[in-house]
Design a protein around this ligand. Structure first.
Ligand code: CDP
Ligand code: MG
Length: 142
């Protein structure tokens, strides 16, 4: 059994469209717990740090600017195999590949404005929790 934490962000389009409740419900109905959460306007530097792996890619500037359009809801979701399963709940970033029943499949038809972010591996979880919740005492479990 692997109890994991993962860093999730409801992006500006998700908050603006009033989807916070419906997004969180999907984690909770799967049995996951929200162990930290905050509604905030992000600083450009924080977003750039968060998406550093994409720096220089054609969509990077648009992506950072999109995150500055409005408030976001950042949270830590915990549960068994949370890292992989939360990303499955989110669905593919390509709208043509995002299956109905996933958050992106149900709520988005855009590769950029795709409602949610989730960490993609344990190293990303650690890095991203340190960025968004520096005050959180994070015990990294293997
Ligand atoms: O979010 P995910 O990990 O599924 O995808 P990613 O490849 O790490 O890309 C991060 C985010 O950049 C995506 O969720 C999109 O919002 C955005 N993106 C984009 O706007 N255009 C692309 N061609 C690829 C990603
Ligand atoms: Mg990613």
């Amino acid at each position: 059994m692997a109890i994991e934490q993962t860093l999730v962000i409801i992006k500006p389009d998700g908050v603006k469209r009033g989807l916070i409740g419906q997004v969180i419900t999907r984690y909770e109905q799967k049995g996951f717990h929200i162990i930290a959460g905050k509604l905030m306007m992000a600083e450009r530097e924080t977003i750039e740090e968060h998406y550093i792996e994409h720096k220089g890619k054609p969509f990077y500037e648009d992506l950072v600017n999109y995150f500055l359009e409005g408030v976001i809801f950042v949270m830590v979701v915990e549960g068994e195999n949370a890292i992989e399963l939360v990303r499955r709940i989110h669905g593919n970033k390509d709208p043509k590949e995002a299956l109905p029943g996933t958050i992106r499949g149900d709520f988005s038809n855009s590769t950029t404005r795709n409602i949610v972010h989730a960490s993609d591996c344990k190293d990303s979880v650690k890095r991203e929790i340190e960025i968004w919740f520096p005050q959180l005492e994070y015990i990294y479990k293997k």
